[in-house]
Design a protein around this ligand. Structure first.
Ligand code: PEP
Ligand code: MG
Length: 914
């Protein structure tokens, strides 16, 4: 009992200490935080990297000391017209003094100088998108100290110095002096080596590197008219500013747009004492994942380079060694690394991506973060961590990004045995991809997705963050250099782009290549078809066939857990029996939208539909409808059979009739040409007249939806006869059919009442004729703002509502679904809209209308069934919003059904607070 009480007391004291700590932390208005002052929860303020450096420092890992300038300073920097706040450098100086004391070195010292790395670090990782400066603090005095400290290693010291001059100039001053680019310095290095008759960097002596530093400094003065800055604090201030500036460089903005990261959160700057992986063979740098990031297998996965700085591994300039080589070369350090890695995985309860450096046989951990992984790996890791007793099922469901599931359903190559293998490389991003070879990011963007829409494979020496645009436009990426942790590989995995890296079989002419050759003599030129297998790392000549991916056992397990937790239903938008079958296989619990007009567009029906539209009189029109009836009925029979026991929402015809007729301009041209040749086709002229008659200035707001049902009731009467007839037939076969007949584009209760009364009559008559009762129901779509606002009236006539958020968004914003393209992208880039409302529900506007509609509908009709069938139904954020609204189900394209199931489960868990 006493022990118990003592325990309680200790808890109370502990929690008081914690509260005090929280208080101190939350009241720490510092703009500069020493690593030991932070913790992992402070990502908003310290950025992801800074918060993790703090956490690792505090749990006792070997982290080189340093400090973080907060994201708030970045916001201040922009708010004050790109100026660092007054007094910031005084705070920085205090922090530097603390680090100096911690490691017994002095910034700019001539004996044992402290050097810093200066790195960006936002709340969310933007790998490689922002700037970094290394070896900061070097000048002509400190260099002697560095030589001393490295045991007289002038070669190493001047190599570091020349890297610093180049990096500092390129990163911090290129914007004002374009000549100071990395390429400019690389050219000087190439000339220098040529004059010396040397090829590899490793052949250069200390004196030769020193001579290069002198040439660099002369070049700097030529470009800028002043000396290279030797004051370490000036270097530091300029570099901190440069990192803040890089928050808004083009590639960072593209990345944030793609990843839906807010542009206003800013980046922190991490200033960390340098450790050197290039001090000799007892040094090195590497990157490792605690589990395989491509497959999820529970094995260490990583790469390292002996005698190299970390940048060499990440930049993909040298192809690194497998981490297993480190075990062979230095077992003690390897074991220490693995122990620390496992400790971090255990601490964070997630797979970790760790950067490390070995300096003269001493291990340092430079960074850890939750490792990026493929969708397949995410599923396997989550499931295995539950099986290992490491995390709960809830945590597993919460930790897999719904969008990652789409990656898990990646396409695979078919019949690879028949393909001609021309090269092999590292399997960096899984999946098969086929496309025409292109050799620059610009070309990929021009020809590929978002450009001309062709399938392209981006082939290059390596990719840099500037290539993001081209990578996203390509079906796949193939690089001759770089490892599985290179930029290309990270980006590829994140976006699910099949990718092969480090393909040394592929020989190119550097950055301006227009072709590549392979060992068997094959030459692939721009525009030639190639196929890459990113799962196996194999390049094939020509275009192989691709098949959609299947699901692993882990996928089923995770989905099963998701279904245990989710409370909202998931249906699919499906128009054919095949799509219905695919949707069921992926876990759909019904069809939430069957667009019947898609059935009208099929080759055998279109002529009949056109005859119906062109009919001169009612008799002709009815004749065409009578022909369509059995065909439509067969369509529904197929779908009802596939969906046995599951509800099917069939939407009656929605688009304007001219969509079923030829294009007005093309047809007018044809008729004009024929007439100029003295020909006259009476049928064509009649067709043109009808097309002209049905032409609308704004068809999206014209004669469509229920308006069409009121003006031309014959079409929907035929459809209802087909639906109820098919339902009766399939019911007689012993299956359960649950048809929900949906009337689109209602904006006024009278529209619904009018159409419903007419169709109720047809449904009853059809039941009578079939001699079988069918549990059909009538409902409507909420797509017009007026319908949302008058839901209390409409819900009295409807058994269900389905939010058609495509139209509802269009009409709420007053922007055309077809014409918004040219302004939506600039709007998003300028943050006028934070997100594309056609992708994710605009919760404050469209969402508010939905909320009003839900509340009003339920107040008059508590049993009304509520769902969504716009494209938003498969968007994870929108699914979560629908869960909050309390909808009964979401409906989306079959392929996105698993995504919606997982998002719905996560929403339910979030709502429960677990
Ligand atoms: C909608 O408007 O959201 C909808 C599902 O209908 P459609 O996209 O066919 O207009
Ligand atoms: Mg619609």
């Amino acid at each position: 009992m006493r022990t118990f009480l003592r325990g309680l007391k200790r808890c109370a004291i502990l929690s008081r200490v914690q509260i005090l700590e929280e208080f101190v932390l939350s009241n720490n208005n510092n703009r500069v935080w020493l690593f030991r002052e932070g913790k992992k929860e402070l990502k908003d303020l310290l950025g992801g990297k800074g918060a993790n450096l703090a956490e690792m420092t505090n749990i006792g890992l070997p982290v080189p000391p340093g400090f973080t300038v907060t994201t708030e300073v970045c916001t201040e920097y922009y708010a004050s017209g790109k100026k660092l706040p007054d007094g910031l450098m005084d705070d920085v100086k205090k922090a530097v003094a603390d680090v100096e004391q911690a490691i017994g070195k002095k910034f700019g010292d001539t004996q044992n100088p402290l050097l810093f790395s200066v790195r960006s670090g936002a709340k969310f990782s933007l790998p490689g998108m922002m700037d970094t400066v290394l070896n900061l603090g070097l000048n002509d005095d400190a260099i002697t100290g560095l030589i001393n400290a490295s045991g007289g290693n002038a070669r190493f010291a001047y190599d570091s110095y020349r890297r610093f001059i180049m990096m500092f100039s390129d990163i911090t001053l290129k914007a004002d002096y374009p000549g100071l680019s990395k390429e400019g310095f690389e050219r000087i290095l190439t000339d220098h080596k040529a004059k010396l008759g040397k090829e590899a960097d490793t052949e250069l002596t200390g004196d030769e590197w020193k001579a290069l530093c002198d040439t660099y400094k002369v070049f700097f003065k030529e470009q800028t008219g002043r000396d290279f800055p030797s004051d370490p604090y000036e270097q530091l201030e300029t570099s901190i500013t440069a990192v803040f500036r890089s928050w808004n460089n083009e590639r960072a903005i593209i990345y944030r747009n793609k990843e839906k990261i807010s542009h206003s959160i800013g980046t922190a700057v991490n200033v960390q004492s340098m450790v050197f992986g290039n001090l000799g063979d007892d040094s090195g740098s590497g990157v490792m994942f605690t589990r395989n990031a491509a497959t999820g297998e529970n094995v260490i996965y990583g790469e390292y380079l002996p005698n190299a700085q970390g940048e060499d591994v990440v930049a993909g300039v040298r192809t690194p060694l497998e981490i297993a080589e480190l075990e062979r070369d230095n077992k003690t350090i390897y074991d220490e690394l693995i122990t620390n890695a496992k400790r971090l995985e255990d601490h964070y309860k997630d797979m970790q991506d760790i950067e490390f450096t070995i300096e003269k046989n001493k291990l340092f951990i430079l960074q850890c973060r939750s490792g990026k992984r493929t969708g397949t790996a995410a599923i396997r890791i989550a499931v295995e961590m539950v099986n290992e007793g490491f995390i709960t099922k809830e945590k597993a469901v919460a930790m897999v990004a719904p969008s990652g599931l789409e990656q898990a359903l990646h396409p695979r190559l078919k019949n690879t045995a028949a393909g001609k293998v021309i090269a092999k490389g590292l399997n960096a991003g899984p999946g098969g991809a086929v496309g025409k070879a292109v050799f620059s990011s610009d070309k990929a963007a021009e020809m590929g997705k978002g450009g001309a829409g062709e399938a392209v494979i981006l082939c290059s020496q390596e990719t840099t963050p500037d290539d993001l645009k081209g990578m996203l436009a390509a079906q796949g990426v193939l690089t001759s250099r770089g490892g599985r942790t290179s930029h290309a590989a990270l980006v590829a995995r994140q976006f699910g782009i099949p990718t092969i890296c480090g393909c040394s079989d592929m020989k190119t002419d550097g950055h301006h290549a227009t072709s590549f050759s392979t060992p068997d003599g094959t030459i692939v030129k721009e525009g030639d078809w190639i196929t890459i297998d990113g799962t196996e790392g194999i390049v094939y000549l020509g275009a192989l066939e691709v098949e959609p991916a299947g699901q692993s056992g882990d996928f089923g397990t995770l989905m099963g857990w998701a279904d245990e937790f989710r409370t909202m239903g998931v249906r699919a938008n499906a128009d054919t029996p095949d799509q219905a079958a695919e949707a069921i296989a992926l876990g759909a619990e019904g069809i939430g939208l069957c667009r019947t007009e898609h059935m009208f567009l099929e080759e055998d029906r279109l002529p009949i539909v056109r005859r119906m539209i062109l009919a001169d009189n009612e008799e002709q029109r009815q004749g065409a409808l009578d022909e369509l009836l059995p065909i439509q009925r067969e369509d529904f029979v197929g779908i009802f059979r596939a969906m046995d026991g599951k509800p099917v929402t069939v939407r009656l015809i929605d688009p304007p009739l001219h969509e079923f007729l030829p294009n007005q301009i093309e047809l007018a041209k044809e008729v004009a040409v024929e007439q100029s040749q003295g020909k006259s086709d009476a049928a064509k002229i009649k067709l043109l007249n009808k097309v002209n008659e049905l032409h609308e200035q704004n068809p999206m707001l014209g004669l469509r939806g229920c308006r069409l049902s009121i003006v031309f009731p014959g079409i929907v009467e035929m459809q209802v006869a087909a639906i109820v007839g098919a339902a009766a037939q399939v019911t007689k076969e012993g299956k359960t059919v649950l048809p929900e007949i949906m009337i689109p584009l209602v904006g006024h209760i009278n529209e619904l009442t009018y159409v419903k009364n007419d169709l109720e009559r047809v449904a009853k008559a059809t039941q009578g004729k079939e001699g079988t009762e069918v549990p059909y129901m009538f409902g409507t779509m909420i797509e017009v703002p007026r319908a949302a606002l008058t839901s209390a009236e409409i819900a009295q006539e409807a058994a269900f509502f389905s939010f058609g958020t495509n139209d509802l968004t269009q009409m709420t914003y007053g922007m055309s679904r077809d014409d918004a393209g040219p302004f939506l992208m600039p709007y998003i880039a300028k943050e006028i809209y934070k997100e594309d409302p056609t992708v994710s529900i605009d919760t404050t506007g469209v969402g508010r209308l939905m909320q009003i509609s839900v509340d009003d509908a339920r107040s008059v009709n508590p049993n009304i069934k509520l769902g969504i069938c716009g494209e938003h139904g498969g968007d994870p954020d929108s699914v979560k919003f629908c869960n909050k609204l309390g909808l009964n189900y979401v409906s989306c394209s079959p392929k996105r059904v698993p995504v919606a199931r997982l998002a719905a489960a996560q929403a339910a868990l979030e709502a429960k607070g677990s």
